[in-house]
Design a protein around this ligand. Sequence first.
Ligand code: FE
Ligand code: FE
Ligand code: ZN
Length: 276
Amino acid sequence: MQYFGCHLSASGGYRAMVKTAREIGADTFAFFTRNPRGSKAKQENPADAAEAMELLQQWQFGKLVAHGAYTMNLCTADPEARAFAASVLEDDLRRMAAIPGQYYNFHPGSHVGQGTETGIAQIADALKNALRHGYPVTVLLETMAGKGSEIGGNFRELQAIMDAVGRADVGVCLDTCHVYDGGYDIVNDLDGVLAEFDSVIGLDKLKALHVNDSKNPFSSHKDRHACLGDGSLGLETFRKIVQHPALQGRPLILETPNELPGYAKEIQLLRGFTNS
Ligand code: FE
Ligand code: FE
Ligand code: ZN
């Protein structure tokens, strides 16, 4: 079995998100830890977090998959901006301690011409620094489409970051749109892609999935999400993902262009695949 959910607005706090998730048939969800295109975080509310934790347990939710801000680039070239990004990561992980035991996923970063090796080293440095506190959260690196100078467009780069960090508590969130755009053919050879993931990183490190169709063709390195069945991946791919024995037990998060009713439908669609 898997857990199904979508991206929700964090504006009403944790408890409101858990309730909304439950209303649309979800048993996990994702949310931005702060303004996705800025750096401002919300005021902390420990009572809200504690109440949300109770509901998560009562309703047997899977792990939540928080998402770091898009603007947080841990391998940007300017040292001051890089230090700021690292401090945002550290603050995000500290905040995650209010809802212990969940996942925090983020885009590794774009090396903006510094080169892949330098980028990987800078991301690993920031991660090591943030993880040294031992906050109760597992950090997930997201597989990227390889747009521009993005790090994480292939499994080797993610493994290189994890190697450099040298800690067990770092995993991966596989985004279906991103990997297909990145040149991993999960439409025609899901087994082969998962075998490659297993040999490079290890499937035990695959902790969560973002389930998105793609507006662009295979290996386009574009990163434009489509609703399930409206893109180049197609519904059959999502059926295979839901039914794949190696992908059980994970939260599957929708980041498709939808409002809540559309998400409710897609969650129902995915659940339908579990026994068909
Ligand atoms: Fe993402
Ligand atoms: Fe994603
Ligand atoms: Zn994306």
